[in-house]
Design a binder for this molecule. Structure first.
Ligand SMILES: [Cu+2]
Length: 291
């Protein structure tokens, strides 16, 4: 009887392991290419595009969270009226998606904590500039407090011209609106995926992607961060308080706060802390570290 019981238990364990190997590490995800408007104060409303988790447009593009070594089966549906393309930078080549059509991508990710940009490479940089850039993040959600910043700058007349189907001269690009996940300060305080609220001694991981066209240099007040991973490998394992990040680059920062309080974090290029030259706004937030 004891032998039968042991054999039965072994079979159950094997089945669980087999099931986990086949299915437990697979994440099925569907995202949509949607057309809409980016809106902020001063009655600003500009044409915009986004990758979203549903057919309903929201300004902040999808963030796909995976655990280490998981397999992603990603379906991308083009909910727009024109063709788009899809690519994952440094991983996956581009594929065209016609209106109302879709593609499926299957990718097995490694066990390193890091982040990738997925984007529409067609008419580069027009479509990624208009909002079609999101993030895939490999994270340990159980151990850390994770936050996600998709940085981008905009020039109102460029979005309006592209929205009308006109071309623009990128050599004259002079942005006047700066966002994290599509939001300007102080409206980004409601974006719980980005706005850092944590406790003292927490391990905070901040996944950053620059899907804009310019360089952004993020400056932390009160704390140093360590670069866990960066697409610019020279930055990995450095510890400091300012982090320049170039266009289409990604970075993962670790911060372990040793004191409570409220601390500003902002783009050190101070024009990016404005909206139509009004300050404080744009690419900044107030981190809250609680007891
Ligand atoms: Cu500063």
């Amino acid at each position: 009887m004891r032998k039968i019981y042991i054999a039965f238990c072994a079979a159950v364990v094997c089945n669980i392991l087999f099931y986990n190997t086949l299915f437990g590490n697979t994440v099925n995800k569907t995202i949509y290419i949607n057309r809409g408007k980016l809106e902020t104060f001063l009655k600003i409303s500009i044409p915009y595009l986004a990758f979203n988790d549903s057919k309903d447009f929201v300004v902040n593009s999808s963030i796909i969270n995976l655990q280490p070594s998981q397999k992603l089966v990603l379906k991308v549906i083009n909910n727009d009226t024109v063709a788009h393309q899809f690519a994952i930078k440094d991983i996956d080549g581009k594929a065209t998606i016609n209106p109302k059509d879709s593609i499926i991508r299957t990718i097995v990710f490694g066990d390193e904590l890091k982040n990738y940009i997925f984007f529409d490479p067609s008419m580069f940089p027009t479509n990624v500039y208009m909002g079609l850039g999101g993030m895939i993040c490999i994270s340990k959600s159980k151990n850390n407090k994770n936050f996600f910043w998709n940085l981008k700058e905009h020039q109102l007349e460029f979005n309006n011209a592209i929205g009308r189907g006109k071309g623009v001269d990128w050599t004259n690009f002079n942005p006047d609106l700066f966002t994290i996940n599509g939001f300007t300060f102080p409206f980004n305080i409601d974006d719980t995926s980005a706005n850092v609220i944590a406790n003292i001694h927490d391990t905070i991981h901040i996944y950053i992607a620059n899907t804009g066209l310019g360089i952004h240099a993020i400056h932390f007040h009160g704390f140093h961060c360590r670069v866990i991973w960066a697409s610019n490998a020279r930055l990995i394992d450095t510890s400091k308080d300012s982090f320049p990040i170039k266009s289409m680059e990604t970075m993962l920062l670790e911060m372990i706060p040793d004191k409570i309080g409220e601390y500003t974090v902002h783009d050190h290029n101070l024009i990016a802390t404005t909206t139509l030259l009004r300050h404080p706004s744009g690419m900044m937030q107030i981190m809250k570290i609680l007891p």
